[in-house]
Design a protein around this ligand. Structure first.
Ligand code: NAD
Length: 488
């Protein structure tokens, strides 16, 4: 079962930061895959724009190297790679100065969709937007893509929104959160709103609680200096976990259209209650061992023995509306944890009255939406254990693993980035965050962070390769619940 590939319109796509890590790992390999599948027209142009002094031929070599490094060899047939490289140009540009902008203007063609991808530090977004306007490079209808982090708090996010709004309308701004480009996340909407089965049960009356976990096994690595100013709350919760929460908790939009979907997500963020101090656990990982190699502690990784920044956070969150009153959402995310896993678990209530004996083995249904690894969903249902042993019950998963449903094609399911870039070219903002949504998320996050800062609260320690600090387990246990095991 292969999905149809509908070609996008011819475009000029400028990647600011075209020599950077994100461009090499995700954006360029993603574009190649779309090109290889015939989704990108032969007349498209991709322009790398960065500080390095080089010509197009040298840049193409870098792009070819990135494709070789980040894509499986079976996707790299020579003629397609060459045809892709032929679509690539390069401009040496200074985001904060005057060099390169006239060159860039000279490369723009009329009648093509214009996309400017800001894959640079957010501090450069304003300068680039201003120059695209000043040098009359961006035409009406041009689109800009803003990478994360979108601000560091409400004030900086608002300032960034205001700066971009000076040169571009909201309909032109695509704030990327790559979690929204994941197949399963979109499938969550398909499952919720495309079936009669779930939506009637999707409420406090039938759902006991929801767990959202984004666990990583890596530490902060080379990003220590950046990460230490950010922490798990800003780096993961304010954006990725918040988006997952919104899609799980939102009301059905009237149509699957950008503003209809984003209005509903915004209502969820605005309905979030402030989190009580006792409902949050923060942690920092200790030195340990991964795959037989010694790994440093968080404090050593960020080279700041006095750091109070969290590499783990778990919290209990309430969405204060009719649908969710009394049904908490538990969020957790951390680095150096036991496994790499992102999932949403919707735990239904037990049947109100059991007709079976207590020891028959009945338990509550669980819908598990797996973002990684092994994207898919499964629903645990209770059935009778086969055989003559009397009425004994067992839980079996109704498995909706995409790899099985799609067979071999599953390995070629588009990465979140490539899907989102195609949406930008199509002009579809549904899976991108609107300015007011980002600001509302910061408005909820800011007081939590400032209260930690005011108290100079020290995060709890946790073992590398664990499920986080003991306190995070207690957060659930005291409510008579427990986190789902961290296993794929
Ligand atoms: P990077 O440091 O690897 O690359 C930065 C790029 O910006 C380089 O191409 C550099 O030439 C260019 N640049 C820097 N200063 C410039 C200037 N004055 N004028 C023109 N070009 C300039 O960074 P990255 O990891 O690729 O990240 C880029 C953006 O994407 C950042 O906002 C980052 O937060 C975000 N992001 C990155 C990742 C990732 O996995 N790398 C993930 C999510 C978000």
């Amino acid at each position: 079962m292969v999905s149809r590939v509908i070609p996008v319109d011819p475009f000029d796509l400028v990647v600011f930061g075209g020599t950077g890590d994100l461009a090499r790992r995700k954006i360029l390999p993603g574009l190649y895959r779309r090109f290889r599948d015939g989704q990108i027209p032969e007349t498209a142009q991709i322009i790398g724009a960065a500080r390095s002094d080089m010509d197009a031929a040298a840049y193409r070599k870098q792009v070819a190297a990135a494709l070789g490094e980040f894509l499986p060899a079976r996707l790299l047939d020579k003629t397609r790679v060459q045809a892709f490289l032929d679509r690539i140009a390069y401009v040496k540009i200074d985001a904060t100065g005057t060099g390169g902008w006239t060159d860039l203007k000279g490369k723009m063609r009329t009648g093509h969709v214009q996309v400017f991808y800001f894959s640079v530090a957010p501090g450069l977004f304003g300068g680039i937007a201003e120059r695209l306007h000043k040098y009359k490079i961006a035409r009406e209808g041009a689109r800009i893509v803003a990478e994360k982090p979108f601000g560091n708090d409400l004030e900086t996010a608002r300032a960034l929104n205001e700066t971009l709004a000076r040169y571009f309308g909201e309909h032109q701004i695509y704030r990327i959160d790559h979690y929204l480009g994941k197949e399963t996340v979109q499938n969550l909407m398909a499952v919720r709103f495309g079936n009669m089965l779930f939506e009637p049960l999707w409420k406090n009356q039938y759902i006991d609680h929801v767990q959202i976990t984004v666990a990583e096994t890596v530490g902060v690595g080379g990003r220590g200096t950046y990460y230490d100013k950010s922490g798990a709350m800003r780096d993961m919760v304010q954006n990725h976990l918040m988006q997952l929460l919104c899609l799980t908790a939102m009301e059905p939009p009237s149509r699957f259209e950008p503003d209809a979907v984003r209005d509903e997500k915004l209502k969820v963020i605005r309905a979030l209650e402030p989190v009580r101090e006792g409902d949050i656990v923060r942690g920092q990982y200790l030195a340990g061992e991964v795959g037989g190699e010694a790994t440093p502690s968080y404090l050593a990784d960020v080279e700041n023995a006095a750091s109070l920044t969290e590499s783990f956070v778990a919290m209990k969150v309430h969405v204060a509306n009719w649908r969710w009153n009394g049904t908490p959402f538990y969020l957790r995310t951390g680095k150096r944890m036991k496994s790499r896993l992102s999932e949403i678990v919707v735990r239904f209530k037990e049947p109100p009255h059991s007709i079976f004996d207590e020891d028959t083995g009945q338990s509550a249904n669980e819908l598990r939406i797996r973002l990684q690894p092994n994207e898919g969903m499964d629903l645990s249902v209770t059935i009778k254990e086969p055989g003559p042993g009397g009425m004994r019950l067992m839980n079996v998963p109704l498995d909706m693993t995409f790899a099985e449903a799609l067979g071999e094609e599953a390995t070629d399911v588009p990465d979140a980035y490539e899907r989102l870039i195609m949406d930008v070219i199509r002009g579809n903002q549904t899976l991108f965050m609107r300015g007011d949504e980002v600001e509302a998320a910061w408005a909820w996050t800011d007081p939590i962070i400032s209260s930690w800062e005011a108290r100079e609260a020290r995060p709890a320690e946790y073992e590398t390769g664990s499920t986080g600090p003991e306190e995070a387990l207690i957060l659930m246990h005291r409510d008579g619940r427990r986190w789902r095991e961290l296993e794929a």
